[in-house]
Design a protein around this ligand. Structure first.
Ligand SMILES: [Zn+2]
Length: 401
């Protein structure tokens, strides 16, 4: 969260502006050519044609390049210690991914101090800003005991307002023979310790993690304590959790690598956003990617996230996720950009980010490209020139940091 007071200014000579507000411009992305925008008190105060901009404010030049809303990353696991590059190399050499590798990170995270956890997360947030992300949800979930889960959500709360309690990431190693006792801990003492620092509750509902019934119990306990639900589903196999996610009005159901036609229909008729994380499918060499095309055609809302975590997707990079969404999930570039911005905002139930309407947070990104299409057309190329959050510059290409 930025606490610096922003300076009011106008960004002028924007070749192509994505507003994500269909009333401001063309199509669902609300595109405006030769555009400008004004920032007052960290909010968007005006959007329109460059020739009509308020000349009384200081101006910043966009040199005819493209400007987009800051990316909204609705799914990240940034509170951890350690490194699992050895496991990754083994997996690429043929060892299959399973949810159990989390234990390695749990051991490292339990022995890390709050300062160490915060420094590591801040490093990853700087990477995110460098690749255009301005709103970040952060989960706990590598402590798996009361003390470390509480430490994790406290650290996360110093870095974002979107904090998720994920004590139910996997069964803690010391409870492997009595999983229901661990579920009781997650719903009881651990929830009480984490709730004051959290906004969301999440569960990893999948093979090797939690069953649908355990997940329902945990999410309901969180809802009773005042947290809002979101859930990991169907990453490793086809499960039965979508009905539950929709019934509990989860803000998002994430992963969804395996979906039935009925699951897609349920999501399309709900307020639950399909949070797709193709970088995870990529990094785990998953047998398939989620059926994004079918979800969109059915009318479901879709969000994209890199799912940054040290085990299955150690990337913070949203442009890479856009390239994968287009190449591997058959989303159009426009759909992928929308999912990475407005889709993420919907997954966090936020209307003040993910778009550049009057009154929105002044979170936006200047590209070193004429169009956002370059995210998919030029994969792997760093295209971000400058990132603003709440009207403050948080990244400038080439500036020392
Ligand atoms: Zn995750």
């Amino acid at each position: 969260m930025s606490i610096n007071k922003s300076v009011d200014f106008s960004l002028v000579n924007i070749g192509l502006l994505v507003t994500n507000d269909a009333e401001l411009g063309e199509g669902p992305l609300g595109l405006i050519e030769n555009a400008a925008l004004s920032v007052v008190n960290g909010k968007i105060a005006w959007v329109g044609n460059s020739s009509s901009v308020d000349k009384s404010l200081p101006t910043v030049e966009a040199y005819g390049k493209c400007v987009i809303p800051g990316f909204v990353d609705s799914h990240s696991h940034l509170i951890f210690a350690g490194d699992r590059s050895t496991e990754f190399a083994a997996r690429m050499a043929g060892v299959p991914y399973s949810a159990g590798g989390i234990k390695v990170t749990t051991a490292a995270t339990r022995s890390a101090t709050a300062d160490q956890l915060k420094v590591n997360a801040a490093r990853l947030i700087a990477e995110m800003q460098e690749s255009g992300t301005t709103t970040i949800e952060i989960k706990s979930g590598y402590g798996l005991d009361v003390v470390t889960e509480e430490r994790s959500v406290k650290v996360a709360a110093e870095l974002t307002s979107e904090v998720t309690y994920l004590g139910a990431h996997v069964i803690a190693p010391e409870y492997s023979s009595e999983p229901d006792t661990y579920v009781d801990l997650v719903c009881g003492e651990m929830l009480q310790a984490c709730q004051p620092h959290s906004k969301w509750i999440d569960v990893f509902c999948d093979r090797g993690a939690f069953t649908v019934e355990q997940t329902r119990k945990i999410l309901k306990a969180g809802i009773s304590a005042g947290l809002k639900p979101r859930v990991h589903l169907n990453q490793l196999e086809q499960g039965e959790g979508i009905q539950m996610a929709v019934e509990l009005d989860c803000a998002s159901a994430d992963h969804l690598t395996f979906l039935t036609d009925q699951d897609i229909a349920l999501l399309a008729n709900s307020q639950t956003v399909a949070g797709l994380v193709p970088a995870c499918d990529f990094s785990t060499r998953s047998a398939q990617y989620p059926r994004a095309r079918d979800l969109l055609d059915a009318g479901a809302a879709v969000a994209l996230s890199p799912d940054c975590n040290p085990g299955s997707s150690y990337t913070t990079n949203m442009p890479f996720s856009i390239a994968l969404a287009v190449r591997e999930m058959h989303m159009t570039v426009d759909e992928a950009l929308y999912a990475a911005t407005k889709g993420g905002a919907k997954a966090l139930r936020r209307s003040d980010v993910g778009q550049l309407s009057v009154g929105s947070n002044a979170d936006f990104v200047l590209l070193n490209a004429p169009t956002y299409v370059h995210f998919a057309y030029r994969p792997g190329v760093p295209l971000i020139s400058k990132t603003w959050k709440d009207g403050n510059v948080v990244f400038t290409k080439g500036a020392s940091s």
